[in-house]
Design a protein around this ligand. Structure first.
Ligand code: F6R
Length: 369
């Protein structure tokens, strides 16, 4: 049932174009408008939402962090993202105008479930973004928007992450449409861009030979750092998490802008650093700022492994290795940039002789607090 792949994780990485396509499928009408009938929360309630709080753990929380950038941009609703186990034990300010979005692949994560209960007790509406039908979190939520990633067997999450981002984007676009703000007219165009992503994800997978090769050479590495900015920041965090959990290598993700506030002290000759570079076609100075960061760490001897968009020649002089991904709008780029990082962790762990589907000390669904 691994479909000829050496591991479930390998298979699930290859399933990602389908996970995104299937999550988008059947969610628009003949006029290209989003119809999310599953969200049984009253439209008037959704129109009056004045804050969104995403609660999740691990990879699902990183999907929430990515979605924050998009939802705030499209809807102008403030979005907070909080680890469910932290949310649960403070005194969060939520009320009837708060939409709490619980993101979970398994739908069984106890920390997230307890946070859902905590939010509902305070009058918040809870919408679950969940992959597993019939699981507990959707049953205890006001509504559910399913990701259609199919069963995820490998303990480390891959295709569910891409599907979670996709579903959270659908929610953001739906809210923009419903509230009739300035992005309401662009929903159809953005959906078209989203529908173009599965082919691009496939291209990243098809090009992953080089990242596999590098990963095998790096089997003895002690530590890897990951840098990203804007939506690339949570992607960097996710890249680091994959490497920790699969390859048992010390890894840390940073916001690239934070480098000079401390982490740059870690850079010594030979230190491998992945850098997720934003599109040069995107927002003003974001691209050049990250290119300067690459320059700064390279000057201190870092080995720079750069993920950049096709056609971005500016990164070349400072990159030991560039992994190019197809061009995409800035907000959609995480669906591409994370793939080489998943492949890297999977391949490196395999090169170390580790079981990538069942890393030590971990369970697929964490049903204890
Ligand atoms: C990382 C990973 C975990 C889960 C987290 C939440 O690869 O799999 O960090 O993302 O335990 O699990 P769910 O999404 O099932 O609530």
């Amino acid at each position: 049932e691994k479909g000829g792949f050496p591991s479930f994780m390998d298979k699930e990485i290859h399933d990602q174009p389908h996970a995104v396509a299937d999550t988008l499928l059947g969610r628009t009408d003949a006029h290209g408008r989003l119809v999310l009938d599953e969200i049984r929360i009253d439209e008037s309630v959704l129109r009056s939402v004045d804050k969104i709080v995403v609660i999740a753990c691990g990879t699902a929380a990183y999907a929430g962090h990515v979605a924050k950038y998009a939802i705030e941009h499209w809807c102008r609703i403030p979005v907070e993202v909080e680890l469910a186990h932290e949310f649960r034990y403070r005194d969060p300010v939520v009320n009837e105008q708060t939409l709490v979005v619980a993101v979970s692949q398994s739908g069984e994560t106890m920390d997230t479930l307890m946070a859902v209960r905590h939010a509902r007790e305070q009058g918040a509406k809870v919408l679950a973004i969940v992959n597993t039908h019939g699981s507990t979190i959707p049953r205890e939520s006001d509504a559910v928007l399913y990701t259609h990633a199919g069963p995820e067997i490998a303990v480390a999450s891959t295709k569910a992450f891409l599907a979670q981002i996709t579903a959270a984007y659908l929610l953001g676009l739906y809210l923009a449409q419903l509230r009739g703000n300035k992005f309401a007219d662009e929903v159809t165009a953005i959906l078209d861009e989203l529908r173009a992503m599965p082919d691009k994800i496939q291209q990243v997978i098809d090009r992953s030979g080089r990242v596999r090769e590098i990963a095998r050479w790096m089997a003895d590495t002690q530590s890897v750092l990951f840098l990203g900015r804007h939506v690339g920041f949570p992607v960097a965090m996710e890249g680091a998490l994959k490497l920790k959990e699969l390859a048992y290598i010390h890894a840390e993700g940073f916001a690239a802008g934070e480098l000079k506030h401390g982490p740059i002290a870690l850079i010594e000759p030979g230190q491998p650093v992945f850098v997720v570079v934003p599109s040069p076609r995107g927002r003003d100075s974001l691209h050049s700022k990250v290119v300067s960061n690459i320059q700064e760490i390279r000057a201190r001897g870092a080995r720079t492994l750069v993920i950049a968009e096709d056609g971005d020649e500016a990164v070349r002089p400072y990159a030991d290795e560039v992994f190019y991904v197809p061009q995409a709008p800035t907000l959609l780029a995480p669906l591409l940039a994370v793939v080489p990082l998943q492949v890297f962790a999977c391949e490196l762990a395999t090169a170390k002789g580790l079981d990538v589907d069942q890393p030590r000390n971990l369970a697929k669904s964490v049903t204890v607090e």
